[in-house]
Design a protein around this ligand. Sequence first.
Ligand code: NAD
Ligand code: UDP
Length: 313
Amino acid sequence: MKRILVTGGAGFIGSHLCERLLNENNEVICLDNYFTGSRDNIVHLINNPRFELVRHDVINPFMAEVDEIYNLACPASPVHYQYNAIKTIKTSIMGAINMLGLAKRTKATILQASTSEVYGDPAVHPQHESYWGNVNPIGIRSCYDEGKRCAETLFMDYHRQNEVDIKIVRIFNTYGPRMHPQDGRVVSNFIVQALQNKDLTIYGDGKQTRSFQYVDDLVEGMMRMMNTPKSFIGPVNIGNPHEFTMLELAEKIIQLTRSSSKITFLPLPSDDPKQRRPNISLAKKMLKDWEPKIQLEEGLKKTIAYFKEKQKT
Ligand code: NAD
Ligand code: UDP
C-alpha cells in the first residue's frame, strides 16, 4: 500500500484523483486550503479509513512521510487565478518548492500538474512538447502561465541538482462533474447558462479553439505517468486532440440541454489564446497506449447531468 499526497485534492480534478487512488487501495492524504475546492467534492471519501483530509496552504512547508506526491494545488480558472494574482504565483512557485523539498526528504516521486498554458498563445499548432511557447510575461494571464512555467523549471532543477524523482504532465482543458458552477471556465459557464435558459456568453467572435478532455481520461493519464520508469520525466501532454470552436461548443451544449438559450457576444479578454490542440504522440508511446476514451458529447452529457442534480440542492 502506498501513501500518496494530493495537493489541491478537494478541487475538481483532485477529488477525482483521490477517489481513483483510494479505489486502487492506496492511502491518500488530501491537502487543500479550500480557495476554489470544497469539502463537498470529497465528502463521500471522508469515512474511508485510508483517506485523510488536511487544511493547509502549500505556500507553507508540509511534513508527512509519503511515497508519491501529485501537486495540483493552484486555482485553474482565469477568474479565480486573477482574483489574487500575487497569491497565484506564490502558490505555483512556493508550493512547488515546498512539495519538492518534501519529495527530496522522503524520496517520494512527485508529479506536477502543469498546463497547456505554458505554450501561451501558440504559434505552432498542434502543440508538441518540444515547443517552447509564446507567453506574454506581463499580461493578466501571466501570474498563472509564468508561475506554471517556473514550477516546471524548479522541478527540472531539483531533478538535475538533487536527483528528485519527478514527472511533469501538461494538462489541456479538462471538464467534468465537480467543476465549480461559478468557476468561470467555458464548459461550466455554458452548461449553467443553458440549464437556466440564459444567454450563453461567448467572448470574442467564438472562432477561437480549445480541445476538451473529460476528467476520467486525464486521471488515467496522470496515474499512468506516475507509474512510468524513473528515467521518463516528461513533460508530456495529456489532452484530447479533438478541437472545437467556442461557437461549436455553445451550439452543442444548447442542443444537449434542449435549452431555449441564445448566444450573446462579449469582449475577448486580453491574451486569450486563439487555438489549442495537443499532440499526444508522446503520451501514447510512453503511457501504455493511453488515449482519451470519452469524446465530447458523452462527456458533456455526464457533466450536464451533474449540474442538473447540483441545481436541485
Ligand atoms: P480547481 O480550482 O478545482 O482545483 C485547485 C485546488 O487547489 C482547489 O481545491 C483549491 O482550493 C486548491 N488550492 C489553490 N491554492 C492552494 C494553496 N495555496 N494551497 C492549498 N490548496 C490550494 O482546479 P482544477 O481544474 O481541479 O485544477 C487542478 C490542477 O490542474 C491545477 O494545478 C491546474 O493548474 C491544473 N490544470 C487544470 C486544467 C483544467 O482544465 N482543469 C488544465 C491545466 C492544468
Ligand atoms: N470563454 C467564453 N465564454 C465564457 C468563458 C470562456 O467564450 O463564458 C472562452 C474564453 O475566452 C476562451 C475559451 O472560452 O477563449 C476557454 O476559456 P476557459 O477559461 O475555459 O479556458 P482557457 O482560456 O484557460 O483555456
